[in-house]
Write a protein that binds this ligand. Sequence first.
Ligand code: ZN
Length: 354
Amino acid sequence: MNEEISRIKVLSDAFGPSGMEDDVIRKAMQSVPEQYDTKLDTMHNLYIVPKEKKDGCAILLDAHCDEVGFIVQAVLANGTVRFLPLGGWNPVNVAGSAVKIKTENGFVSGIVAAKPVHFMSEAEKKAPISFESLVIDAGTSSKEETMALGIVPGCFIVPDVTCEYIEKQRIFKGKAFDCRIGCAALLQTLHSLPETSNTVTGVLTVQEEVGERGSSLAVQNIKADVAICFEGCPADDSFESPDMVQTAMKKGVMLRAFDCSMITHPAFQKFALDCAEKADIPYQVAVRKGGGTNGGIYHLHDIPTIVIGIPTRFAHSTAGFCSYDDYLGAVRLAREIIKNINQNVIDSFRHVVM
Ligand SMILES: [Zn+2]
């Protein structure tokens, strides 16, 4: 199996809900090219800094390394566990799934239990599922038994899913492609930098899913002229009518023009689209009525930012799909931008055009 495919699998499998990303960071550090130093801040954002600075512009590559997950709130008398979501979840996608709980003594397996149909009243069958109606069962029968496994309030939880590459369809099935597929694209871009006089720095940011908290700290420690945020962005092609699809899997990289956190700088967006056109990289432009990215933080700190998304089916669910070719396109586009951008282009972002 090639190195990139194994890296994607390792990163997808890594344990990294918002606030407990260390396993992802450790695995990413093993994949940092030799020409880079790494450092961490107190939140554990990982800065990947080139040993050698060049004279061109400073380009920041960002991807968030956290995934949506859960946190233990309380252990109940019957041994089941009440929990809260970390990041945005639809509770319907959580009920019935297998999870992994990280304790001081290692991982414990659990199942998110909703009341089985046999025990539901007619009214309960019609009621919407909420987190209040879900518990995690670790196969125990008392609070003491559960706590003896190391499960206590504050333990972090993620879906128990193992990533696989389905070669025939050139897709991955697994968890956390939002944004581990972006982390993989960032690392691969650093491994395959084009000839350039620009200085390229990477940052794997924590806690994006709970409100861009990692990038809010990272931006204070970084000096950059422009930023590229890689995202494992939600694909809508299996839900939307064909006319309205903004982000389809296997249709190329997504360049986000608009979401709730940022209106992408039109000149930077155009520059990126031109790069994609010239290099024959398939792309799609997305205007999203929801969502947000770390771009929302960087652009408010005078760092023009574009978002390169790798469409991910069922983001913020226990498992999803993403396409290897969309990933390869994201790396190629980032390389084209790094190769072609210069101070004149960046200066033009300050000009009025009408
Ligand atoms: Zn994301």
